[in-house]
Design a protein around this ligand. Structure first.
Ligand SMILES: [Zn+2]
Length: 281
């Protein structure tokens, strides 16, 4: 069962949807959404138009066990299926239906990697860019869909933003910081409030954070017996062309150009995405 909470103004306006805990161990979304709902319930925050739907926990079984997932990565299989093959596929069916009914989707995540909060601006349309400028983080990564297109069938990414974009919605994914950091909840909270303000659901000013864009160019999946070359990497650490990225049994995998470490997932399981690499846009 997925619990949803919808607040509707008497005045017409956009319908904004917020997702938390697509990955069950990412608690900043549920916490931030609970905080904003409390403000709406008490009347401290009031919708002047449109509606907002909050889904604090999109993957309840994984959330109950503090796990990223139970059977499949919900943010790689996010599309409707007639006969869902897993628990996450069942959740995807329910959640895709919610996306169909909204105009805007913000998907809230956290990570194991250290580093500044950032956004995935997977579809840099005019409206998504304008929203990204006021969301809060000072960095955004572009190029994820293009990278997965390059992988072809070997690694697919049916994710929340891809689905929402395919249905004509505005959509961003925000990475708020490390899973257990208290600051991540603050970043998520600000992103929700700034989104409500940007779409004029609440009467508040927004601020342009002028986010710097980085383009993702490579992605690596964990193999047995390999290790990331530097266990202290943070998201957006700079690496020179030719520097080791992954130590293997044979030659190390090296940086193809001067660039950035993107989202090192030190706890990735074998076969899962492990490290991304990118450059300035
Ligand atoms: Zn996540």
């Amino acid at each position: 069962m997925i619990q949803t909470y919808t607040y509707t103004s008497l005045n017409k306006g956009p319908h904004v949807l917020f997702f938390g805990a697509i990955h069950g161990n990412e608690v900043c979304g549920p916490r931030a959404l609970a905080q904003v709902m409390k403000e709406l319930d008490s009347g401290k925050l009031q919708l002047q138009k449109g509606s907002a739907t909050f889904v604090p926990v999109c993957n309840p079984a994984a959330y109950a066990q503090n796990l990223r997932l139970t059977e499949e990565n919900l943010n790689r299989i996010f599309k409707p299926t007639k006969t869902p093959r897993s628990y996450e596929a069942q959740m995807a069916n329910v959640l895709c239906n919610l996306v169909d009914q909204c105009d805007v989707l913000l998907d809230i995540h956290s990570t194991t990697a250290k580093g500044e909060p950032f956004m995935y601006l997977d579809f840099p349309t005019k409206t998504n860019r304008a929203w990204a400028e006021v969301l809060g983080p000072t960095g955004a990564v572009v190029g994820w869909p293009e990278l997965y297109k390059k992988f072809g069938k070997s690694h697919t990414s049916f994710d929340t933003t891809t689905y929402a974009h395919s249905r004509g919605k505005d959509t961003l994914l925000v990475e708020c910081g490390q899973h257990k950091a208290a600051s991540a909840t603050g970043v998520a909270y600000n992103a929700v409030r700034n989104t409500l303000a940007h779409y004029a659901l609440v009467a508040e000013q927004t601020h342009n954070y002028k986010p710097a864009l980085a383009k993702i160019t490579n992605g690596f999946f964990r193999n047995e017996g390999e290790a990331l070359a530097n266990p202290t990497w943070k998201h957006m650490d700079r690496v020179k062309k030719g520097a080791a990225l992954i130590n293997t049994k044979n030659k190390p995998v090296v940086a193809p150009h001067d660039g950035y470490i993107i989202m090192p997932k030190f706890d990735a399981a074998v076969g899962q995405d492990w490290l991304y690499f990118g450059r300035d846009l």
